[in-house]
Ligand binder design. Structure first.
Ligand SMILES: C[S@@+](CC[C@H](N)C(=O)[O-])C[C@H]1O[C@@H](n2cnc3c(N)ncnc32)[C@H](O)[C@@H]1O
Length: 298
């Protein structure tokens, strides 16, 4: 769209973006066009209809054009918009971090119930989110359970920068959140040994040989996805090592894929007093919940 066209309206741009996305083979052209127009215009979803016949400023047009170009080139909508919602949060996301997924929202729900059993409504609970990416899991917990202290870790400096921006955007709950760089337990300070109430992780769990959709393989960070031949290298490491960091009734919650559930449950049963598998909203095995580390392993 030419910036010399002074009379262009959001309605025209919505049609233009839908057509461009359709031609580019984007799966849901109308929905993506709507999100791009909302973002460029600054309209909330409920306000869009009210401003469709408003003239577009040159600045907004520049932002619209750039977003349409990026999306048409196949970049995920979430990165193009630069923000994505996760539970109650509007998180900054870009190609330095995994796009937070709906199944992970369910894993957070499971973890919150475990925290409540540990008394998180009445006392301060220490939470660690290992491999935090955008901070989606840990920041949701910090916001939804106001007595938690939350530590976010990642081995990717880039990811921690994004998580840092999201901590800053959190307001007051952000004061209860900190972050540390490092590989899994190496990132943790010694004073957390045997003190953690909830350790939670959505680690990489895709088997090496699985062919990923182009939009994932081409755009999402490689270090966030794969974990050995059956995808369980990192899960095994977490289940093996969490015990010494958890307090005696502490809980480990890990996201996994359904075909990994039986093996990871068996491993967790050999390291914890109780372990079980929980399902996501579509009924698929999605989370390992392991409570009470076997203290003989300390
Ligand atoms: C599947 S992504 C999950 C991101 C985020 N927690 C979420 O649920 O959207 C896995 C994350 O683990 C991080 N990661 C991978 N290997 C790691 C390691 N050895 N130590 C710490 N973090 C790691 C990646 O950088 C990535 O941010």
């Amino acid at each position: 769209m030419s910036s010399s066209d002074q009379t262009v309206t959001w309605r025209e741009l919505l049609v233009e973006a839908t057509q461009t996305f359709r031609t580019a083979g984007i799966e849901q052209p109308a929905m993506d066009a709507r999100r791009v127009v909302e973002q460029a215009s600054g309209a909330a979803p409920s306000e869009l209809l009210l401003l469709l016949d408003d003239p577009v400023t040159e600045r907004a047009l520049g932002s619209f054009d750039a977003m349409v170009q990026r999306r048409s080139a196949g970049e995920p909508l979430q990165y193009v918009l630069g923000a994505w919602s996760f539970r109650s949060l509007d998180l900054m996301v870009d190609s330095r971090v995994l796009i937070p997924r709906p199944e992970t929202e369910a894993v957070v729900e499971i973890a919150l119930a475990e925290l409540d059993l540990l008394g998180a409504q009445e006392r301060t609970c220490q939470v660690v989110d290992l491999g935090t990416g955008s901070g989606a899991i840990g920041l949701s917990i910090a916001v939804e359970r106001v007595r938690t202290q939350v530590l976010l870790t990642d081995r990717s400096e880039d990811a921690l920068r994004v998580a840092g921006a999201n901590i800053a955007g959190l307001g007051r709950p952000g004061a209860r959140v900190s972050s540390r760089l490092g590989s899994w337990f190496d990132a943790l300070p010694n004073d957390l040994l045997a003190k953690v109430d909830l350790m939670i992780s959505n680690p990489p769990y895709i088997p090496t040989a699985v062919v990923l959709p182009e939009q994932v393989a081409d755009w999402e960070p490689a270090g966030a996805l794969r974990s050995g031949p059956d995808g369980t290298d990192d899960l095994r490491l977490l289940i093996d090592g969490a015990g010494e960091w958890l307090q005696k009734d502490g809980v480990l919650v890990c996201e996994l894929s359904p075909e990994q559930a039986a093996d990871m449950l068996a491993l967790a049963q050999s390291r914890f007093r109780d372990a079980r598998i929980e399902q996501d909203l579509t009924g698929k095995d999605r989370a390992l919940v392991a409570r009470g580390p076997d203290l003989r392993s300390r």
